[in-house]
Design a protein around this ligand. Structure first.
Ligand SMILES: [Fe+2]
Length: 235
Protein backbone atom coordinates (compact mmCIF):
# COMPACT_ATOMS: atom_id res chain seq x y z
CA UNK A 1 0.00 0.00 0.00
CA UNK A 2 1.21 3.52 -0.78
CA UNK A 3 1.09 5.07 2.65
CA UNK A 4 1.52 8.60 1.34
CA UNK A 5 -2.01 8.21 0.00
CA UNK A 6 -3.20 7.09 3.45
CA UNK A 7 -1.55 10.13 5.10
CA UNK A 8 -1.80 12.82 2.39
CA UNK A 9 -2.01 15.84 4.71
CA UNK A 10 0.96 14.78 6.80
CA UNK A 11 3.08 13.86 3.77
CA UNK A 12 2.41 17.22 2.16
CA UNK A 13 3.14 19.26 5.27
CA UNK A 14 6.31 17.32 6.14
CA UNK A 15 7.60 17.68 2.58
CA UNK A 16 6.96 21.43 2.76
CA UNK A 17 8.80 21.58 6.11
CA UNK A 18 11.88 20.03 4.45
CA UNK A 19 11.75 22.21 1.34
CA UNK A 20 11.17 25.50 3.18
CA UNK A 21 14.25 24.87 5.33
CA UNK A 22 16.31 23.80 2.31
CA UNK A 23 17.14 20.50 4.04
CA UNK A 24 20.10 18.91 2.22
CA UNK A 25 23.24 16.83 2.74
CA UNK A 26 21.35 13.58 2.96
CA UNK A 27 18.62 14.86 5.26
CA UNK A 28 16.20 16.08 2.64
CA UNK A 29 12.62 14.87 2.12
CA UNK A 30 13.80 12.03 -0.11
CA UNK A 31 15.85 10.68 2.81
CA UNK A 32 12.84 10.80 5.13
CA UNK A 33 10.71 9.17 2.43
CA UNK A 34 13.20 6.31 1.97
CA UNK A 35 13.46 5.78 5.73
CA UNK A 36 9.65 5.70 5.95
CA UNK A 37 9.41 3.08 3.21
CA UNK A 38 12.03 0.85 4.86
CA UNK A 39 10.62 1.32 8.37
CA UNK A 40 7.30 0.07 7.03
CA UNK A 41 9.13 -2.91 5.48
CA UNK A 42 10.69 -3.75 8.83
CA UNK A 43 7.49 -3.31 10.88
CA UNK A 44 4.30 -3.69 8.86
CA UNK A 45 1.55 -2.85 11.27
CA UNK A 46 -1.87 -2.15 9.86
CA UNK A 47 -1.90 1.50 10.90
CA UNK A 48 1.37 2.54 9.25
CA UNK A 49 2.96 3.94 12.41
CA UNK A 50 6.49 3.00 11.35
CA UNK A 51 6.03 4.75 8.01
CA UNK A 52 4.76 7.90 9.71
CA UNK A 53 7.66 7.83 12.19
CA UNK A 54 10.07 7.60 9.24
CA UNK A 55 8.58 10.51 7.34
CA UNK A 56 8.70 12.65 10.52
CA UNK A 57 12.17 11.63 11.75
CA UNK A 58 14.07 14.74 10.60
CA UNK A 59 12.12 16.93 13.01
CA UNK A 60 15.09 17.39 15.36
CA UNK A 61 17.27 18.60 12.47
CA UNK A 62 14.57 21.12 11.53
CA UNK A 63 14.40 22.51 15.05
CA UNK A 64 18.21 22.71 15.02
CA UNK A 65 17.98 24.88 11.89
CA UNK A 66 15.20 27.01 13.36
CA UNK A 67 17.07 27.62 16.63
CA UNK A 68 20.55 27.83 15.07
CA UNK A 69 21.77 25.19 17.53
CA UNK A 70 23.62 21.88 17.14
CA UNK A 71 21.28 18.91 16.85
CA UNK A 72 22.40 17.59 20.24
CA UNK A 73 21.19 20.77 21.96
CA UNK A 74 17.68 20.74 20.55
CA UNK A 75 15.01 20.55 23.31
CA UNK A 76 13.00 17.33 23.06
CA UNK A 77 9.85 19.30 23.88
CA UNK A 78 10.28 21.42 20.72
CA UNK A 79 10.69 18.31 18.58
CA UNK A 80 7.58 16.79 20.08
CA UNK A 81 5.53 19.96 19.45
CA UNK A 82 6.57 19.98 15.78
CA UNK A 83 5.85 16.27 15.28
CA UNK A 84 2.52 16.61 17.07
CA UNK A 85 1.52 19.47 14.79
CA UNK A 86 2.08 17.18 11.80
CA UNK A 87 0.35 14.15 13.33
CA UNK A 88 -2.69 16.24 14.24
CA UNK A 89 -3.34 16.81 10.51
CA UNK A 90 -4.32 13.14 10.18
CA UNK A 91 -7.73 12.36 11.74
CA UNK A 92 -7.20 8.59 11.58
CA UNK A 93 -4.25 8.47 13.99
CA UNK A 94 -5.26 7.67 17.57
CA UNK A 95 -3.75 9.39 20.58
CA UNK A 96 -1.87 6.19 21.47
CA UNK A 97 -0.43 5.92 17.95
CA UNK A 98 0.67 9.55 18.06
CA UNK A 99 2.51 8.90 21.32
CA UNK A 100 4.28 5.83 19.88
CA UNK A 101 5.31 7.74 16.74
CA UNK A 102 6.52 10.80 18.65
CA UNK A 103 8.57 8.60 21.00
CA UNK A 104 10.18 6.79 18.06
CA UNK A 105 11.14 10.09 16.41
CA UNK A 106 12.58 11.46 19.66
CA UNK A 107 14.67 8.33 20.27
CA UNK A 108 15.74 7.44 16.74
CA UNK A 109 19.28 8.84 17.04
CA UNK A 110 19.97 7.18 20.37
CA UNK A 111 21.76 3.85 20.94
CA UNK A 112 19.66 0.71 21.07
CA UNK A 113 17.66 0.27 24.29
CA UNK A 114 16.05 -2.87 25.68
CA UNK A 115 12.88 -0.84 26.10
CA UNK A 116 12.62 0.18 22.40
CA UNK A 117 9.22 -0.73 20.98
CA UNK A 118 8.68 -2.21 17.51
CA UNK A 119 8.16 1.18 15.82
CA UNK A 120 11.34 2.64 17.33
CA UNK A 121 13.34 -0.45 16.32
CA UNK A 122 11.96 -0.27 12.77
CA UNK A 123 12.82 3.45 12.53
CA UNK A 124 16.35 3.03 13.89
CA UNK A 125 16.98 0.07 11.56
CA UNK A 126 15.59 1.93 8.54
CA UNK A 127 17.75 5.01 9.16
CA UNK A 128 20.85 2.83 9.50
CA UNK A 129 20.13 0.78 6.36
CA UNK A 130 19.46 3.90 4.27
CA UNK A 131 22.74 5.35 5.50
CA UNK A 132 24.71 2.42 4.04
CA UNK A 133 23.29 2.73 0.52
CA UNK A 134 25.81 3.61 -2.16
CA UNK A 135 24.61 7.22 -2.22
CA UNK A 136 26.39 7.57 1.12
CA UNK A 137 29.55 7.95 -1.01
CA UNK A 138 28.19 11.18 -2.49
CA UNK A 139 26.71 12.32 0.82
CA UNK A 140 29.95 11.72 2.66
CA UNK A 141 31.93 13.64 0.05
CA UNK A 142 29.50 16.56 0.45
CA UNK A 143 29.71 16.42 4.22
CA UNK A 144 33.52 16.16 4.29
CA UNK A 145 34.06 18.49 1.34
CA UNK A 146 37.07 20.23 2.90
CA UNK A 147 38.92 16.99 3.62
CA UNK A 148 41.21 14.84 1.51
CA UNK A 149 39.59 12.06 -0.49
CA UNK A 150 41.98 9.47 0.94
CA UNK A 151 45.33 8.87 2.59
CA UNK A 152 47.44 7.28 -0.22
CA UNK A 153 49.72 5.44 2.24
CA UNK A 154 47.12 4.06 4.60
CA UNK A 155 44.11 3.60 2.26
CA UNK A 156 41.97 0.91 3.94
CA UNK A 157 44.73 -0.61 6.04
CA UNK A 158 45.81 0.02 9.62
CA UNK A 159 44.10 1.60 12.56
CA UNK A 160 41.36 4.16 12.11
CA UNK A 161 42.60 7.71 12.56
CA UNK A 162 40.64 10.43 14.36
CA UNK A 163 37.19 10.10 15.87
CA UNK A 164 33.86 9.00 14.42
CA UNK A 165 32.29 11.87 12.45
CA UNK A 166 35.63 13.72 12.30
CA UNK A 167 37.87 11.38 10.33
CA UNK A 168 40.70 12.96 8.31
CA UNK A 169 39.56 11.64 4.89
CA UNK A 170 36.32 10.81 3.08
CA UNK A 171 37.54 7.23 2.66
CA UNK A 172 37.98 6.94 6.43
CA UNK A 173 34.44 8.23 6.98
CA UNK A 174 33.09 5.66 4.51
CA UNK A 175 35.09 2.96 6.23
CA UNK A 176 33.08 3.68 9.38
CA UNK A 177 29.91 2.76 7.46
CA UNK A 178 31.27 -0.77 6.98
CA UNK A 179 30.89 -1.34 10.74
CA UNK A 180 27.10 -1.18 10.34
CA UNK A 181 27.27 -4.56 8.61
CA UNK A 182 29.01 -6.12 11.60
CA UNK A 183 25.79 -6.29 13.60
CA UNK A 184 26.82 -9.35 15.64
CA UNK A 185 29.94 -7.70 17.07
CA UNK A 186 29.54 -6.67 20.75
CA UNK A 187 31.49 -3.49 19.90
CA UNK A 188 28.76 -2.40 17.49
CA UNK A 189 25.80 -3.66 19.51
CA UNK A 190 24.68 -0.20 20.62
CA UNK A 191 23.94 0.84 17.04
CA UNK A 192 23.37 -2.53 15.34
CA UNK A 193 20.23 -3.26 13.32
CA UNK A 194 17.90 -5.75 14.99
CA UNK A 195 15.15 -6.83 12.58
CA UNK A 196 15.87 -9.78 10.28
CA UNK A 197 15.00 -7.86 7.09
CA UNK A 198 17.32 -5.01 8.09
CA UNK A 199 20.16 -7.46 8.80
CA UNK A 200 19.70 -9.02 5.37
CA UNK A 201 19.61 -5.63 3.58
CA UNK A 202 22.50 -4.04 5.44
CA UNK A 203 24.70 -7.07 4.77
CA UNK A 204 24.13 -6.63 1.04
CA UNK A 205 24.58 -2.84 1.08
CA UNK A 206 27.78 -2.96 3.15
CA UNK A 207 29.25 -5.62 0.84
CA UNK A 208 28.63 -3.28 -2.13
CA UNK A 209 30.21 -0.34 -0.32
CA UNK A 210 33.20 -2.47 0.67
CA UNK A 211 33.63 -3.59 -2.97
CA UNK A 212 33.63 0.07 -4.08
CA UNK A 213 36.31 1.02 -1.57
CA UNK A 214 38.44 -2.02 -2.43
CA UNK A 215 38.14 -1.17 -6.13
CA UNK A 216 39.72 2.22 -5.42
CA UNK A 217 42.73 0.47 -3.88
CA UNK A 218 42.87 -2.03 -6.75
CA UNK A 219 42.89 0.72 -9.39
CA UNK A 220 45.69 2.55 -7.60
CA UNK A 221 47.65 -0.71 -7.34
CA UNK A 222 47.36 -1.17 -11.13
CA UNK A 223 48.79 2.32 -11.55
CA UNK A 224 51.81 1.49 -9.37
CA UNK A 225 50.64 3.68 -6.50
CA UNK A 226 50.41 0.86 -3.91
CA UNK A 227 52.58 0.88 -1.88
CA UNK A 228 52.91 4.65 -1.92
CA UNK A 229 56.30 6.30 -1.30
CA UNK A 230 56.25 7.11 2.39
CA UNK A 231 58.33 10.27 1.86
CA UNK A 232 55.30 11.76 0.08
CA UNK A 233 52.92 10.87 2.88
CA UNK A 234 50.99 13.68 4.47
CA UNK A 235 52.86 15.84 6.94
FE1 LIG B 1 17.89 9.90 8.97
Amino acid sequence: MHLWTVFPNLTKIVRKAHVSRKMAHGHDFDHAFAVAQLAQTFWSDSSGQAWVAGICHNADRMIAIDLGKPRGEVPAADVEVLVRSWLDTEPNLSEEEKQIIARAVLNHGRPNEESDDAVTIALKDADRVVNTRLDVIIRSAQFHSEQLVLDPVRLLSGEKVGRYNSRPTVMDALRDCLDWGDFNSPENARFAVRTEKAKWMITEYVAELRAFLEKIVEQRRKEGLVPYPVEFARD
